[in-house]
Each structure stands twice: as C-alpha cells, then as structure tokens.
Write a protein that binds this ligand. Sequence first.
Ligand SMILES: Cc1cc2nc3c(=O)[nH]c(=O)nc-3n(C[C@H](O)[C@H](O)[C@H](O)COP(=O)(O)OP(=O)(O)OC[C@H]3O[C@@H](n4cnc5c(N)ncnc54)[C@H](O)[C@@H]3O)c2cc1C
Length: 422
Amino acid sequence: MRVLLYEMRPAKMTPAHHTGDLAELVCSNSMKGKALPSAPALLKAELASLGSMILRTAGETSLPAGTALAVDRKAFSKAVTRAVAGHPLVELVRQERRDLEDDRPMIVATGPLTSTAMESALGTVVGGDSLYFYDAAAPLVEAASVDMSVAFAASRYGKGNADYVNCPMSEREYQAFHAALLEGDRVIAKQFEDRELFSACQPVEEIAQRGVDALRYGPMKPVGLTDPRTGRRPYAVVQLRRDNSSGTVYNMVGFQTNLKWPAQERVFRMIPGLGRAEFLRFGVMHRNTYVDSPRALTSTLALKARPYVHLAGQLTGSEGYLEAAATGVVAALNVYAAVGGLQPVVLPPTTGIGSLVGYLHQGGETAFQPHHANLGLLPPLARSVRQKRARHEALASRALADMAAYLEVRPDLRVRGFRGPS
Ligand SMILES: Cc1cc2nc3c(=O)[nH]c(=O)nc-3n(C[C@H](O)[C@H](O)[C@H](O)COP(=O)(O)OP(=O)(O)OC[C@H]3O[C@@H](n4cnc5c(N)ncnc54)[C@H](O)[C@@H]3O)c2cc1C
C-alpha cells in the first residue's frame, strides 16, 4: 500500500530526540533479553514471525551484549531511515501533522512526547479525560513471587472480600525501610517533567521525607488489619492489589515513585514478603502522552470514535521500544485488513503481543496504567506450575504454538517482509 509518513523532526524537535533520524532510540540502546522464556524474548520471537522490519534491522545493527539485544543506535536509526525513505511505496514528509482529518486510513504513533497540536487533536476525538500527559505508576509484582508465608490476604476491617495482600512490618523493619527510601537514588526530572506534573500524585519517597511517621499515616497505615502470624496489628503495611482479572499481577498500592530502578529493586525487596519478588514493572513518573486505551481503543487499536484512525506505540499505553514495534505491526496489519476487506487481526490472548493488546483494550482491575509486555499478562496455564522457570517456559511455549497456529489459519497475513533498497 502507498504510505505517506509524517515525521516532524528535524524541523521540529521533541525535548528528548537529538537527530532527524527515524526510530531514534532516546535513551537506552537495549531492546532487552534474547533468551526465552522471558517476555522480551517472547516478543522478539513473535515479532520475527510477523516479519517486523524493526526487529530485523536491530539484529543487523546489533552489538555484543551477552544475552541482550543491544544495537548501535546510530547505525540502527540510519538503517531504518534508509529503508523507509528509499521504499518505493513510502513518501516521507518532514512535517508536523497537526490534525486527524483525513478520509484515508491513518496510524498515529507520535509517542510519549507528541506535539501539542496533535495532543489537542487527539483530545478532541477521545475526550480530554481519556488523554493523559504524564505517567505516575507504582511498581507491579508477579503474584506468584510474593512469599505468602509472610504476607497475608485481608481487607481493612474485614470489609468485602480479602482483596488485598498485606506485607506487614515491625517497627524495626519500618524504620530501616524509611531510611533506605530516603537514601535511594532518584531520577532527576528532565526539563520537560516539571514539578507541576507530580502535584496530583506524590512519590512515596517525598511522603517519607515529611517525617518518619508520614507513611504510617498514609499509604502504609496498618489500621483494621491483624497479622495472622502474630495476632496483632502490624506496625505498618504495604498493600498489594490485584492488577489483572486473572490475579497474576499485583500493584503496590500508593507506591508511585521516582527512585531509579536499581534503588527500587533494593529498597522494595526489604518489604517483608517481597524478598524474592519479581518486579514486572518498576514505578515511573515522567512525561508521557497516552490514551485511556480501554475506553478509547477497539481490540484492533482503532479509535472507537474514528474507526479509520489506529494508534500505535506509546500512545496506546504500551511502553518500550519492542512494544512500540509490536503495536505498530498490529495497527499496520489491521489497516491492511480493513482496506483489503479481510478479517480484523486480533492475536490470541495467550501470545505475548496478543496479551499486551488485550490488556490495552480491556484494561486491568485498577485504573489504566501503561504497561510493558510481561508474562504476568498472559492467562494462567490450565494446570498450575509452581516452579517459576518451568511456569515461564510453559507460558512461552504455549504462546509460540498459538501464534504459529494463528498464522497458519491466516495465510492472508503472510507478510512478505519489508525490504529496503539493497
Ligand atoms: C526520556 C525518555 C526515555 C526513554 N527511555 C526508554 C528506554 O530506555 N527503553 C525503552 O524501551 N523505552 C524508553 N522510552 C520510551 C520510548 O520512548 C518508547 O518505548 C518508544 O520510543 C515509543 O515509540 P513511539 O513510536 O510510540 O514514540 P517515539 O519513538 O517517540 O516516536 C514518535 C515520533 O513521532 C514524532 N512526532 C511527534 N509528534 C508529531 C507530529 N505531530 N507530527 C509528526 N511527527 C510527530 C516524533 O518526532 C518521533 O519521531 C523512553 C521515553 C522517554 C520520553
């Protein structure tokens, strides 16, 4: 299909990009692990089966990085730019796109730093309360990695079902935790992430700074809870709440944070019950434009209010380079299917990409938060497997088998592969 591709750089830059090249990696040059059964490796295997040009180019420009796929960022974005700009069917327009008015199908992938004009165009279509401008999220923990011989399920004052998992702390544990929170390295806000963005949602380390008891009277208050191991009220608690309907992922309630990821891992592992926790996503607080996908998007990543406009990348509430590539492929295949009168492309929910898009479309149990692909989004196995590695292996093999079976029944989608000029 003929494509007009708008890119506003270099004429108009974002606060994070430095060049005019396409697919510029704004921060890390890593596309994460290659070794199955991790979620990033699963995403790579599935992207390869869908003919992803981004993944292929990453492979062609990779650097030695152990089991991770790291790329030479310059060579990578130059190769993507050459392939796109030189493709006979693609016309690259170096101009800001300011509206969604078009009677041709459109994919909007303007990213976390979308220009203001496009933000307001999107806001008009999805409704201002379905478009977010920053991301303040608490860490997510794999439910199976919580030590339930220490943590206990209960709601405050026994109200409703025992919907929360409580990690109880003694006075000594609390004081050590409080001190570690204050010492943890923080992300320095970039100039486009000014303090105003954070006023609605205080990071946990800022609350801790107000005084040693501030957290105990805030998100860590222990009232209405009895620790079954001691028969007493804990000194403080960290509460975990289900984050997806299958209960495989928990959210750390009220723990939005600006600590650096290694500090989060070290400090949050001090919480009783989380000593061996698997963090599926660390807390973040940064500028990020994305829509409330469960409200705004269909299962094919089209805007409910404009079915001919699809979203891809970070705008969909996905997060990460590979996730952007994955949602890009799903949006592109669906435009191709819609124009060609083919069935919509909804990948099985048991695949890595299908589970990510399913999460974007359906949301979780709590308010919508952006997500990396992770194995916690996959539906549980038919039989429970306790050992973590064996469970992840079984999830990954099921995903790959289901993706292969899906492509088998959709020969119309056999992507010929994107070939740039040699
Ligand atoms: C500071 C920062 C650091 C990050 N670090 C990482 C990291 O280390 N690892 C990781 O996996 N992810 C990281 N991310 C997230 C990362 O940006 C995304 O994972 C990925 O780049 C999203 O892809 P995208 O296509 O949605 O957006 P982008 O890669 O940002 O691409 C959007 C493109 O749209 C262009 N554009 C914007 N508005 C318009 C318009 N109106 N008209 C025309 N063009 C427009 C922009 O110039 C840009 O080229 C980071 C994000 C930020 C902001």
